[in-house]
Structure formats: structure tokens, C-alpha cells
Design a protein around this ligand. Structure first.
Ligand code: TXA
Ligand code: MG
Length: 352
């Protein structure tokens, strides 16, 4: 994208935006930045276009897609019913990193919803995504633009690494920003449930709804009975085996050093996921990746996926991630780490 990102008018006339919108209208799949992660979009109302997403990603067909819109009134065409609570959340958080699950209108292909009678809808805040959606004038189904099972892409380079040769167009709008996907909220039994923690924290949702919001607690939830269909697949995973530590930070660091020393002695290349605060804590044989700072968990979220990808580039066979507190965007960080670890969690003493 050549235009200034803060000038919506100029953006809507940018050749890259016009071309992306044109590709989408012609039923092609296009990768573009959102404020959470890069998405791979296609016309949500055209099953043949949606198929191209599943094919490019190698994604199982029963894993539903999020439909992206540019204007609030598009929800009326996609949802059979808009719950009052959902309307309040749209008002409060759109455009932004919140996805709401509503009963799907008949015109939404079941290819898009993974066969479900509900549809996931979100209005992204990223200026490039917003401009493409507005010019295209169609709802766009867009999962993260990674190969299925890989960490989500937060830069155009990440998308390229996964999808070069598999998609006809990639729009580069710089780094995504928030770094973890949108929060998904649904009302499976009439009560609000966070199906995936993300860019909007549970605390923020509760403030607007004025009632407790249940969180699908992934480290307790059975892998066999996932609330959000996507939860059952191994996700966000680097190529080696990741372990997530939980409990007291100092105890966790000591446990990581103990295990890493044994791994190293056994000839394995070991990686450690820490923050700026943890640099210098680990033995020199560890490939230490520092992701953000504990003083602001949003910085950890922003760097999380590129940190996971860097372990692949470093050739790590086994990795350990330090514990993070379950609060604010920390919920999203923990959720992604638990899934990247395939639920391999090492509990040391202490909270978190
Ligand atoms: O931030 C985001 O939401 C990004 C950007 C590109 O917008 N998109 C994204 O899409 O994360 P994806 O495909 O990686 O995640 C979609 C997930 C599915 O795995 C599933 O868990 C949930 O959304 N989902 C979609 N439709 C659903 C439905 N009808 N009911 C329950 N969960 C649904
Ligand atoms: Mg994804």
C-alpha cells in the first residue's frame, strides 16, 4: 500500500486497495492486514471463493470462518437475529478486535460457517482492511493468513513464508499491531461466553455487558468437546515441541533451566520464550527469544507469533515458555501458548 494509512480517502483510491477489492469481487482469495493479524479473505457469500481459502490454508472444512464487514448495517444481511447484548458490544467495540457469533441468515453459505447455523462477524479497525472491505462492498470471510496449524501472521513477510505460490495477491500494510486474533463472544445457551480470548479483554466485555462473562478455560476444557470448533486443532504451533510453564515466575525459571540443561545434554536445541526482563536469566546454550515486557502484556501479545516463528528459524527442537498472568490481554497470550503447546503445561508451585 502506497497511500498514507491515516488518510481513508487516499487509501480508498490506492491502486493496491482497488486491486484487492477487485480480486475479492471476482471470487479470488486475497491476503491483507487487519489490526489483529493478517487475514486471507474471500467473498463470504460465494462458496467457490470460500473454498479457495480452505485450499490455500490446508484448513479442515469444518473449521468455520469469520465474516468481515465495513458497515454496521451489513450485519442485518448476515444474521437472522441480533441479540441486544450483541448490539451493545458492536456499538462499544466496532470497528475493533471483537467477533460476535449470531444465528446465521439463510443467505450465508454453510461452507462459510463450517456447516453451523451460526455466523461469526467482525468489523476490523485496520485502515487497509476497512478500505478494502468498503471498496469491495461485500462481506469477506477471512481466517488468519497462515498455513493451518502454524502461528498466525503479523507481517506480510509471515504470510509470504506460509502462502507464497498459493494465493494470487498479498497486500502489505506493515505490521498488524495487536498481534493476537479478535476476541470471539457467543451466546450458546443464552448467556455470554468468550469462545476465544483476544484483542478485547474479558474485563472490558464485562464492563459493557454489566454481567459476568464466562471464559472457555482452555487449559481445563477437554480437547474433545471444544466450544469454538477451531479449538480442537493444534494451533499456532512452531515446528518443535513447546511446553508452557505455569506458577510462580522464579520457580518456573528454575524449572526451565533444569529441563533445558537436560535437553542440551541430550543433544537437543533448546529455546526459551521470555520477556525483556528474562534476558540474562538462562544459560548461553539456550536460544532465548524475548517478547515484549511484563510491564505491559500488550507488548507480549504483539510479539508473540513472530517469537513462535523465530524458534523455527533458530532450529529449536524443544521450547519452554515462561508463565503469564491471566488478566487483560494476558488471557489471549495464555490461550495461544497453551494451544501452541498442544496443552503440554508444566505446573510449578505458586499462582498463575
Ligand atoms: O482477528 C481475527 O479474528 C482474525 C483476523 C484475520 O480478522 N481472524 C481469525 O480467523 O482469527 P480464524 O479463522 O483464524 O479463526 C476463526 C475461528 C474459528 O477457528 C472458530 O473457532 C471461530 O472463529 N468461529 C467462527 N465461526 C464460528 C461459529 N459460527 N461458532 C463458533 N465459533 C466460530
Ligand atoms: Mg487462525
Amino acid at each position: 500500500v502506497a497511500a498514507a494509512l491515516d488518510d481513508p480517502e487516499e487509501l480508498r483510491n490506492d491502486p493496491a486497495i482497488l486491486e484487492a477489492a477487485d480480486f475479492l469481487r471476482r471470487g479470488e482469495a486475497v491476503a491483507f492486514p487487519t489490526e489483529t493479524v493478517y487475514g486471507l479473505g474471500a467473498n463470504a457469500l460465494d462458496p467457490a471463493a470460500v473454498d479457495k481459502i480452505y485450499f490455500a490454508k490446508g484448513r479442515p472444512g469444518d473449521n468455520p470462518l469469520i465474516v468481515h464487514i465495513a458497515e454496521r448495517r451489513q450485519v442485518d444481511d448476515l444474521a437472522e437475529e441480533i441479540f441486544p447484548a450483541a448490539a451493545r458490544l458492536m456499538e462499544a467495540f466496532w470497528p475493533g478486535p471483537l467477533t460476535v457469533i449470531l444465528p446465521a441468515a439463510d443467505r450465508v453459505p454453510r461452507r462459510t460457517t463450517g456447516g453451523l447455523d451460526t455466523v461469526a462477524i467482525r468489523m476490523p479497525a485496520h485502515p487497509v482492511a476497512a478500505a478494502i472491505l468498503r471498496v469491495a462492498g461485500i462481506p469477506v470471510a477471512a481466517p488468519s493468513a497462515n498455513r493451518s496449524g502454524r502461528p498466525s501472521p503479523t507481517t506480510a513477510k509471515d504470510v509470504w513464508e506460509d502462502l507464497a505460490g498459493r494465493i494470487p495477491l498479498l497486500v502489505d500494510g506493515g505490521p498488524a499491531g495487536i498481534g493476537v486474533e479478535s476476541t470471539i463472544i457467543g451466546w450458546p445457551q443464552g448467556r455470554p461466553v468468550i469462545l476465544r480470548p483476544g484483542g478485547i479483554s474479558p474485563e472490558e466485555l464485562q464492563d459493557v455487558l454489566g454481567e459476568p462473562v464466562e471464559l472457555d478455560d482452555s487449559w481445563k476444557a477437554s480437547v474433545d468437546r471444544p466450544l469454538a470448533p477451531g479449538m480442537k486443532y493444534r494451533h499456532y504451533a512452531p515446528k518443535g515441541q513447546l511446553y508452557l510453564l505455569r506458577g510462580d515466575l522464579d520457580a518456573a525459571r528454575a524449572e526451565i533451566v533444569r529441563r533445558a540443561t537436560a535437553d542440551h545434554a541430550a543433544g537437543r536445541r533448546v529455546g526459551v520464550l521470555t520477556t525483556a526482563e528474562g534476558q540474562g536469566v538462562y544459560p548461553a546454550f539456550c536460544a532465548v527469544v524475548a517478547c515484549g515486557t511484563r510491564r505491559d502484556l500488550a507488548t507480549v501479545a504483539a510479539g508473540l507469533y513472530s517469537a513462535l516463528r523465530s524458534f523455527d528459524h533458530l532450529g529449536c527442537e524443544v521450547m519452554y515458555a515462561e508463565p503469564f498472568p491471566p488478566e487483560g490481554i494476558g488471557w489471549a497470550v495464555l490461550n495461544r501458548l497453551i494451544k501452541a503447546a498442544g496443552h503440554r503445561v508444566i505446573q510449578v508451585h505458586g499462582a498463575t
